[in-house]
Design a protein around this ligand. Structure first.
Ligand code: CU
Length: 410
């Protein structure tokens, strides 16, 4: 509060001071008997020279900033795709910076060199076809080169990944990330949002998870059975509005139950295996140097954006829509720590879309390991698959078509 008052005071006093200075100048020029609009040669020369000095300061400061913050301030890329993208970005910067220096040099140098001199009239130079041609064709060619190279890079970076790419899914919700590795078969199991349960946060689709969802829909404390019981209970009298809410809830759950029954009928149990061996990983995403990753992206609630600044990779995650990206990390965390001379450095996956109140902390640490270390980590992880974690007793082969009411899993 105090600070704001002082700032306001400084602004007001500054404005008054400038007004007073202008007044003094007006009075003094009246005393000198020259009009305010007549600018002396001395003033002209001074302004011309100051323009030139300003140019030197501007260029000096620009070069200093580039030095201080390292070229464009991004640090080195940590993926093959990032290196490619940085090359293109650097080319753009070289062009932009060269033009920046060239045009600003002309602007300030000419103001100084062609400062008004007594008795020299301004040179009238209305048109030059050659010049017009040059400054149309040169930018057109440069732009065409930038666009063609850009399209090439974009189609390469967004194109399909190689068959040997490891498949990972990133599941986003307010406000965290969950990774799902595709396991030994390198195939991500299917999913359906209607199967979302506490023991199936990612809504993976298997015979057992369908049963589990059916069971929950029917038997849980807020399930169809208890709702029916409540509504049929003659001893309890509900108000009309409560009755409406209960009936709507019941009909919604009955509809979902029908969907789930259909899902169960149409489900091919052979697909279970691809979901059972998936590995669900929270908090830290482990990746392997030199391994290409094909990342499938999902959102549960609102739009998020998966942003890996060091890999130069970013893609929106959209509810109800499958998006993807790919990249190949090319420096381990250890190597990057050495390069940056920072023992605490970590790669990071951030949400780059304002997705709600705690958006700012929606991130995941990313650790890039070398091949042996990654294999060791993965081998340990393979002992705790989705099945091991949540459905340890479930059948791996075509599930016995369990009677839904007999399933005791909650
Ligand atoms: Cu988010």
């Amino acid at each position: 509060m105090e600070n704001k008052l002082i700032i306001l005071l400084v602004i007001v006093l500054g404005a008054i001071a400038i007004a007073q200075l202008v007044r003094i100048y007006e009075i003094s020029s009246k005393l000198r008997k020259t009009g305010e609009h007549e600018i002396s040669n001395r003033d002209n020369n001074l302004n011309g020279r100051m323009m030139f000095i300003f140019m030197l300061l501007l260029f000096g400061f620009f070069i200093y900033l580039m030095q201080a913050y390292g070229w464009t301030g991004r640090g080195s890329a940590a993926s093959d795709e990032g290196v490619e993208m940085d090359w293109l970005l650097n080319l753009n910067f070289v062009i932009i910076i060269a033009i920046f220096f060239f045009t600003n040099f002309l602007l300030f140098y000419f103001t100084w060199k062609y400062v008004k001199k007594p008795g020299v009239p301004a040179y009238y130079y209305p048109h030059n076809n050659k010049l017009e041609l040059i400054w149309t064709i040169v930018p057109a060619v440069v732009l065409a080169v930038i666009i063609i190279l850009g399209l090439q890079t974009w189609s390469h970076l967004s194109g399909p990944s190689k068959p040997e790419a490891e498949k990972i899914e990133l599941f986003s919700k307010q406000f965290d990330w969950t990774a799902r590795y595709s396991g030994a078969d390198n195939t991500l199991g299917l999913y359906d949002y209607k199967l979302t349960l506490d023991n199936n946060e990612l809504a993976l689709l298997t015979s057992n998870t369908i049963d589990s969802a059916l069971n929950n829909m029917f038997n849980s404390s807020t399930g169809i059975r208890s709702l029916q019981k409540l509504l049929n209970n003659r001893d309890t009298i509900f108000s009309d509005s409560t009755l409406n809410v209960l009936k709507m809830d019941l009909s919604r759950k009955e509809r979902l139950y029908r969907f789930l029954t259909q899902m169960k009928e149409n489900h091919n149990p052979k697909l279970d295996a691809s979901a059972w061996d998936d590995i669900i990983q929270k908090d830290t995403l482990y990746l392997c140097k030199g391994q290409e990753y094909e990342i499938a992206l999902r959102a549960k609630d609102v739009i998020h954006s998966a942003y890996f600044p060091h890999f130069r990779a970013q893609m929106n995650t959209v509810p109800g829509m499958a998006t993807r990206m790919k990249f190949t990390p090319n420096k381990t965390t250890k190597e990057m720590r050495q390069e940056k001379n920072d023992e605490n450095f970590n790669y990071v996956l951030m949400c780059n879309k304002i997705c709600g109140g705690a958006h700012y902390k929606m991130k995941m640490i990313v650790v890039v390991l070398d091949k042996p270390a990654y294999k060791k980590w993965m081998d340990a992880k393979k002992k705790m698959t989705f099945k091991d974690q949540y459905f340890p007793v479930a059948a791996t082969t075509p599930a016995a078509s369990a009677d839904t009411t007999a399933v005791t899993m909650n």
